[in-house]
Design a protein around this ligand. Structure first.
Ligand code: ATP
Length: 307
């Protein structure tokens, strides 16, 4: 019998073009920027890197790349993190890119050209016989995500959806998800309830919902019980990718057999560390750094949103 211990992340990979600007340009305006950098990004790839760096379980990723020069750095970043990349090559599409203006006041403006990411299909899913968890996001076509979730569910694989960027979900997809991970804004869109978190979560009627709360930490409604997890006290310089690091580390911990309370704490430590560095994948911490923070770090006060 094959051992089921692999996490499969199915989703997007983008090359992020980041430029610092004095202010976000108004329509028709040109501003002179500085410090141009490129970073491997995309929610799927960020989460795969976070899962692999958390260690303890093999990580595979299904992604689509175009036939251009932007594909290579994305593959290299996954390889360096130890992710086994299953690449669908789309000859007539560009690799996904994101253009990010970072303003001096920390405001940002982002344009994404999904390119090859938009061409992933339901039947691109690889064999799942060694897969314990499938982690997905909403930067891939909704039909593909729904198809992957249904196939995985039928194959006995635990399905996890980070419902970002937010959009309303077909009932068929929501029903096929075992663990939903959202931030507060995404929770409001998906549940149609912008009131208290507890009300919005109840309206979803799902057994396992995790809600991230930025610097306030996270909470989770698991089989009718609430868990609350603080963020760790860090000097945050760039929160880009914090949510992705949280998702990857959470699923790595669940796939190792930890319960939700332990998985939330590990995800919180990894995500808090990610806030201390620039770049999405570049900011994902190594397992040894997470262990150090778990052992010696200070948790900031508990999230109060539920009270
Ligand atoms: P993003 O889309 O920017 O990646 P998100 O909205 O999906 O983020 P958040 O809720 O902002 O996700 O953050 C995810 C987790 O990162 C939080 O639950 C927390 O553990 C950690 N985190 C976020 N901001 C901070 C911070 N300023 N200090 C410490 N930890 C933080």
């Amino acid at each position: 019998m094959t051992l089921r211990n692999t996490v499969l992340v199915a989703g997007s990979a983008n090359l992020d073009f980041v430029v610092r600007v004095p202010h976000i340009p108004a329509p028709g305006e040109t501003v002179l920027g500085s410090n141009f950098l490129t970073f491997p990004g995309g929610k799927g790839a960020n989460q795969a890197v976070a899962c692999a760096r958390a260690g303890g379980v093999p990580t595979r990723m299904l992604l689509a790349l175009g036939a251009d020069d932007f594909a290579a750095p994305l593959e290299q970043s996954l390889r360096q993190a130890g992710v086994d990349a299953r690449v669908v090559r789309i000859a007539d599409a560009a690799t996904g890119v994101a253009f990010i203006c970072l303003a001096a006041d920390a405001e940002n403006a982002i344009t994404v050209a999904p390119g090859a990411n938009a061409r992933l299909q339901a039947d691109d899913l690889p064999d799942l016989s060694d897969t314990s968890h499938l982690l997905m996001q909403l930067e891939s076509p909704l039909e593909a995500v729904t198809g992957w979730a249904l196939v995985a569910r039928n194959a006995g694989v635990r399905t996890v959806l980070n419902a970002a960027p937010a959009r309303s979900l077909p009932a068929e997809l929501l029903a096929a998800i075992d663990v939903l991970v959202v931030n507060e804004g995404e929770l409001a869109v998906i549940s149609g309830e912008s009131g208290p978190i507890a009300t919005a979560v109840e309206r979803l009627g799902k057994a396992n919902v995790v809600v991230t709360l930025g610097a306030h930490g996270s909470c989770a409604h698991i089989d009718g019980e609430w868990l609350v997890q603080s963020a760790f006290a860090v000097d945050a310089v760039d929160t880009t990718g914090a949510g992705d690091t949280f998702c990857g580390a959470l699923v790595a911990a669940l796939a190792q057999g930890h319960g939700f309370a332990v998985a939330l704490r590990r995800a919180s430590a990894a995500a808090s560390l990610a806030c201390t560095r620039m770049g999405a994948q570049a900011g994902v911490p190594q397992a040894v750094e997470v262990e150090e923070l778990l052992a010696n770090g200070r948790e900031s006060s508990s999230p109060d949103e539920l009270r």
